[in-house]
Design a protein around this ligand. Structure first.
Ligand SMILES: [Zn+2]
Length: 500
């Protein structure tokens, strides 16, 4: 048996463990009864341990190293599989076991402390844990890549090829162009129309979400829909892709747009070529590209005028009373309602990148040792005032709102904004190649799905984010499309066509 054949055998065994762990985690996040968790976590801990041993076994390491040094016999896809395996291996094996265990324990504890701190809106409870997490994160990155700046390592982990230089340029554009523009729009914002907060029966909402799954061409033989508090998409390979939404009876848009967003992630996964199912290249190209697809479906399609010209009648069939006098234009303005908010996950399309700008600048300052942990709440609140012109009064609405830092996840936030910016660049390309608005208006999304499958989805992660963007749009990442998209859309909506 060749080294590569043995590599594939070991990968298959790991996939089997991953399947068991993933299915259990889907169950934990949707239906598992509360009382089952202690037993589950003990059993799942054993499976994780087996998985970890296999991943770090001497034989597997030897084979990956060998193939990584001598890749000549391999084809391009196989080379990429090895590169991916080597990268994942380096993340694990270069860190001393002692540190690894200490960090896992610290993170488990921190999440609990963060929850308490958030509940009590008291940063001082979380502060010592955050400090320790940052220290450990820096130390562990030092083992992995002693010659690279730790924050650059993290940025590249979440989005291959990205570093501070590129993100600085991106967020500077956001700051220069979108902060003043957003302030202008916010000055002219309208009160939300009353129907936005009327009562909408949850079963009817569910029926409409199922209708949307049909509209978007979700393959029901390869996936399913459930409910959970935080909507998410889950998958093990292209033939098993599931997602969740939640239904709020006093806020109809929550289920509709969470569903379309998750459908974007799910369609991506379903459209990956099945040849990648049994490889480590089976997911999307990167976090940023994945998010670009969910944002593309949610915002460029789901929040467009053309989409509601096609589908407002179906919604009215279910909610005739609440939407009786609502025409397409009114509905279109409502789904693009802009308002300043403290909370990132509730932010609209226009103010969203400003929330990410703030987090990026703070994370960069942390890793460049330019701010101490004690100063973070003040720094957060000052930036909130500067970018969104609002005063944060409670830490739970400010520095404590997101779970990410308590899990040690730094460098992840920027990909959220990057995804929207990629989506805008792709949007201007697709409009040149197909009759985008007409297809949406005529309820023919298949042609759009096909375009995205052919250009982006089918490759899985066999091609990196930079190369995908270059191939699809003919140029490397260019944030000016994002600025142009937001200014055109919101200038027309709220500034009478003025976009400067
Ligand atoms: Zn998403």
């Amino acid at each position: 048996m060749s080294d590569f054949e043995r590599f594939k055998e070991l990968q298959k065994q790991m996939k089997a463990y991953q399947l068991a762990l993933s299915v259990a985690s889907w169950d934990s996040n949707t239906e598992a009864p509360k009382a089952s968790f202690p037993y589950r976590s003990e059993m799942l801990g054993l499976i994780s341990g087996e998985h970890f041993s296999l991943q770090t076994s001497e034989e597997y390491r030897r084979i990956v190293d060998e193939l990584d040094r001598n890749p000549d016999e391999l084809n391009d896809i196989q080379k990429k599989e090895i590169k991916e395996a080597k990268k994942n291996l380096d993340k694990i094996v270069k860190i001393p076991k002692k540190d690894y265990i200490e960090f896992t324990q610290l993170v488990n504890l921190s999440q609990k402390e963060w929850e308490t701190a958030k509940e009590k809106s008291d940063f001082s409870i979380f502060q010592p844990y955050l400090k320790k997490i940052i220290e450990m994160r820096k130390r562990m990155l030092g083992y992995r890549a002693p010659d690279t700046h730790p924050y650059d390592v993290l940025l590249d982990d979440f989005e291959e090829g990205m570093d501070r230089e590129q993100y600085d340029a991106f967020f500077q554009t956001v700051k220069d162009e979108l902060v003043p523009f957003t302030k202008k729009v916010l000055k002219r914002r309208e009160d939300p129309p009353a129907f936005m907060n009327a009562r909408y029966d949850r079963d009817e909402q569910k029926a409409f979400v199922e209708y949307l799954m049909g509209v978007f061409g979700f393959d029901f033989d390869k996936g399913l829909l459930k409910e959970s508090v935080h909507p998410f998409t889950w998958g093990t390979h292209s033939k098993d892709v599931r997602f969740t939404v939640r239904y709020l009876e006093d806020y109809l848009f929550s289920s509709i747009f969470a569903a379309i967003h998750e459908l974007g992630h799910a369609l991506y996964e379903q459209q990956i070529d099945e040849m990648f199912d049994m490889t480590n290249l089976n997911g999307g190209a990167s976090k940023g590209i994945h998010e670009s697809q969910s944002r593309f479906y949610e915002n460029m399609i789901g929040r467009s005028r053309a989409f509601w010209e096609a589908h407002l009648p179906a919604l009215k069939q279910r909610f005739g009373k609440q939407l009786k006098d609502v025409d397409v234009e009114t509905f279109y303005r409502a789904v693009n309602h802009v308002d300043e908010s403290f909370i990132r996950v509730e932010a609209d399309e226009l103010t969203y990148p400003l929330h990410i700008l703030l987090r990026y600048e703070i994370e960069r300052d942390i890793f460049e040792d330019r701010v101490s942990v004690d100063e973070l709440p003040d720094l957060w609140n000052r930036k909130m005032k500067e970018y969104l012109n609002i005063d944060v009064e409670r830490d739970s609405d400010g520095i404590l709102q997101d779970v990410h830092w308590s899990t040690g996840m730094f460098g992840y936030f920027p990909t959220y904004a990057l995804g929207s910016a990629y989506a805008a660049q792709i949007y201007y390309t697709i409009r040149k190649e197909i009759d985008f608005d007409r297809l949406i208006r005529e309820d023919n999304l298949q042609e759009i799905n096909d375009w995205l499958r052919e250009k982006i989805h089918c490759f899985g992660s066999s091609i990196g984010p930079g190369e995908i963007l270059e191939r699809v749009t003919g140029e490397s990442f260019n944030p000016s499309y994002y600025v142009r998209y937001l200014k055109e859309k919101y200038g027309e909506l709220f500034l009478g066509g003025e976009s400067e």
